[in-house]
Ligand binder design. Structure first.
Ligand SMILES: [Zn+2]
Length: 365
């Protein structure tokens, strides 16, 4: 047995909710996080059959990629599929938690596994997230700098790309005068004191602010800790939409299209005109990724593999790139394996399984 909230807090380390897009509704949409459950069923989409399957398999939590609730719901009369899903889930005491664009936007998410399946190397995020990084500057006695730095690093600060524990440190002098009710760590009440201090600068994503500041306050010896928080315009390299990488050996366009068909097990790909050159750099976005066509072109990708490409959007290829639509379900199909692998690693003795109910609403004739 596990409390749903235990699973949720682990899942949100993997894909923080703060990384979801504005329009999204990822997170717990049905159920009580305090409930204890015996198992978790993973799926791409929830339908009534998936809820029946969860009930049959004693899974008190359904973990889906697509949220069941997107728009506001004003009644629960069973007239729409969403209403019936919610009502049935509540009746059967099954919670529904979704990891959607927050999972798409993590470095270790949907697109990385897609790139790996295509055999791509040197992976990087296609459109990196901006506006999420913050800078922390703090000042502490020189001999305590190691302890404070380590504490804030352990709370998640100091990550830049493939590096961690990044900071800038400069020594200087701090001054203060303790008031009558103060209990100063150094210096005397009522006297101005100068102390040799280290100025520590580091960065962190905004969603880690609570834990980073808590770590700072707990590790710092002063009664009143001086620190500054600055918002940054920098890109956050560990999060964003889409991903790109390179094939070990360049291959003919048709060979790569064949590779997509085989990897995703699909009968057909819709694509823009082939350019008659070899494919080496590949951009991907599992699910609806047409908004990333300009990014794929800007990064000189030879081909962009995504889904839900509209007729007019194929024109945007403009002879610069091949746009390939390989299906929404199909380009996201490895998401369940990804989530299963993560949960099994974190909770080896907990029953986690992938749903066997077919949910892809698109058929090929
Ligand atoms: Zn999707």
């Amino acid at each position: 047995m596990k409390k749903i909230k235990e699973l949720i807090s682990t899942l949100e380390v993997f894909a923080p909710l703060a990384l979801q897009e504005d329009y999204d509704n990822a997170g717990l949409s049905v159920g009580d996080a305090e409930n204890e459950i015996q198992g978790c069923l993973i799926c791409l989409d929830v339908n009534e059959d998936v809820i029946e399957e969860a009930a049959r398999k004693n899974c008190g939590l359904i973990l889906s990629h697509h949220p069941v609730i997107f728009k506001g719901i004003k009644k629960l009369t069973g007239h729409s599929m969403t209403e019936r899903i919610i009502a049935t889930a509540i009746r059967k005491d099954i919670a529904i938690y979704s990891m959607h664009t927050n999972l798409d936007n993590t470095d270790e998410g949907v697109n990385r596994i897609l790139c790996e399946k295509f055999g791509l190397e040197n992976l990087s995020i296609l459109r990196k997230t901006t506006g999420i990084l913050k800078k922390l500057v703090t000042f502490c006695p020189v001999e305590h700098a190691d302890k404070v730095r380590l504490a804030i690093f352990n709370a998640g600060a100091g990550h830049i790309g493939e590096y961690d524990q990044c900071s800038f440190n400069a020594e200087g002098q701090g001054s203060f005068r303790a008031g009558d009710r103060a209990n100063p760590f150094v210096g005397n009440v009522g006297e101005m004191h100068f102390e040799k201090e280290t100025r520590i600068e580091t960065i962190y994503p905004a969603y880690l602010q609570k834990s980073v500041i808590r770590a700072l306050l707990e590790s710092h010896p002063y009664e009143e800790v001086a620190y500054d928080i600055y918002p940054l315009e920098n890109e956050f390299k560990q999060a964003g939409a889409g991903m790109m990488g390179e094939l070990k050996e360049a291959m003919a366009e048709t060979d790569f299209l064949q590779l997509i068909k085989k990897t995703l097990n699909i009968p057909v790909i819709r694509h823009s005109a082939l350019l008659g050159k070899k494919v080496k750099k590949v951009a991907v976005c599992g699910g609806s990724g047409s908004f990333l066509i300009p990014d794929a072109i800007r990064h000189n990708a030879d081909i962009f593999v995504s889904a839900d490409i509209k007729y007019h959007q194929f024109f945007d290829a403009e002879g610069k790139i091949v746009i390939a639509d390989a299906g929404h379900f199909e380009t996201e199909q490895f998401t369940c394996i990804l989530l299963e692998g993560y949960l099994k690693k974190k909770f080896p003795n907990f029953a986690v399984q992938i749903s066997e109910t077919p949910v892809n609403p698109v058929k090929y004739f």
